[in-house]
Design a protein around this ligand. Sequence first.
Ligand SMILES: *[C@@H]1O[C@H](CO)[C@@H](O)[C@H](O)[C@H]1NC(C)=O
Ligand SMILES: *[C@@H]1O[C@H](CO)[C@@H](O)[C@H](O)[C@H]1NC(C)=O
Ligand SMILES: *[C@@H]1O[C@H](CO)[C@@H](O)[C@H](O)[C@H]1NC(C)=O
Length: 416
Amino acid sequence: MATHYSAVAVTFVLSLIIIGFIVFMQPRNNKFDAKVVRAVGDGVNDDSLALSLIDAWNATCHSTTGLFKLSTGNSQVGPLTFTGPCIAKKMVVNVVGNVIAQPKNAWPNNSDTWIKFTNVHNLVITGTGTFDGQGSGWWNCDKVIGLAFHNCNGLFLNGLTSVNSPRNHVSINACNGATISNINIRAPWDSPNTDGIDISDSNGVNVIGGHIGTGDDCIAINGGSYNINITSLNCGPGHGISVGSLGRNGANDVVKNIRVIGATFTDTQNGVRIKTVPGGSGSASQITFSGITMTRVQHPIILTQFYCPHKSCTKDILPVVQINGVSFLDIHGTSATPDAISISCSAHPKSCVGITLGKINIQPVNPSMKLVTTCKNVYARFILGPVVPRVVCTPPPPTLTDHNYKDHNQHAIATS
Ligand SMILES: *[C@@H]1O[C@H](CO)[C@@H](O)[C@H](O)[C@H]1NC(C)=O
Ligand SMILES: *[C@@H]1O[C@H](CO)[C@@H](O)[C@H](O)[C@H]1NC(C)=O
Ligand SMILES: *[C@@H]1O[C@H](CO)[C@@H](O)[C@H](O)[C@H]1NC(C)=O
């Protein structure tokens, strides 16, 4: 192992010298590369590396070319904040090699994010490199976000690889227009809070293809998110794709127009999920999950207005985060537990309207296991073919029903 390591190190240092030479031979249109090459190989926990990266970012940001190479060689790097707005119309970050975080014991107390891009517009992150968050030291205390994109217009993450983040791997917050294609995110199935992508307060996000396998949600869509498309994502292991939790600690959260199309879930705890916390307000509307394949998923379909993770909330109190217009269509595969479909809505009027199920076929992993379904306080429509296992939805209790409310499209129907 040690010999192998030194052979790799020697090869690596030689390549750096060669790269360094090549970089110095380039026309000096980008003084930043030279700096980084100098900083590389200085050893672990290299604060001067962080400083030179930030320096170089600033130079590139104030250039017109906007081409930035993010590479740390064999050094570990602590928190980095890359700030804009930039003069360059577009910032292209080419990630080269492993970009490795400092471990927990070297972390400054005041930083909650490893690598943060803030106010950078038209940011493209590409390259074959890997972000390694060295998260294992954190996994009992939930603190540092891996890669955060805050306040951006136009973000393109193309083929980004992120592993073992201390907390969530990628955070998209306050962004307008983001495309995340072929992302690759990995952490052990039992690493806590290592969400793949968290989206909040953002409009127009496309996640296309890619694989996310972690110890928590593959993707979580939180308050303030509009027009989010997730297409052909492979998720697993992990906790599935979740809208919410919404309304935590009494928050007012709104999400609207979310499509999860063509996803696969393999060995996940949940498949597709919407969760709201009692006592929160706002709404979740126009949400579609369709063309989904589940393989050995413990809870394939969940919609709950009683999400109380830390038992800090009371069941079925007002207000309620209203759910309006959710479709579960063309969902097939296997469930690893009896709990195939669970839809639990508040008994308060209009809490949960416009729920559609259609063309669902979920079978137990073990044929001798009997699947169960729940669908309460819901008017549901069943369309386009059968729902298996059978779902019987019960409407909210009449005493709580607002008699002024009429929706002629909604009926309580049991599938046969
Ligand atoms: C960033 O770069 C610009 C232009 O090169 C310079 O004027 C400014 O002082 C730099 N800022 C920092 C924080 O280094
Ligand atoms: C973090 O704070 C503790 C006390 O609050 C201090 O002892 C420690 O040195 C600090 N660590 C760093 C890396 O600043
Ligand atoms: C999401 O997909 C729909 C349907 O294909 C499309 O109309 C919409 O523009 C897409 N949204 C984004 C953010 O690309």
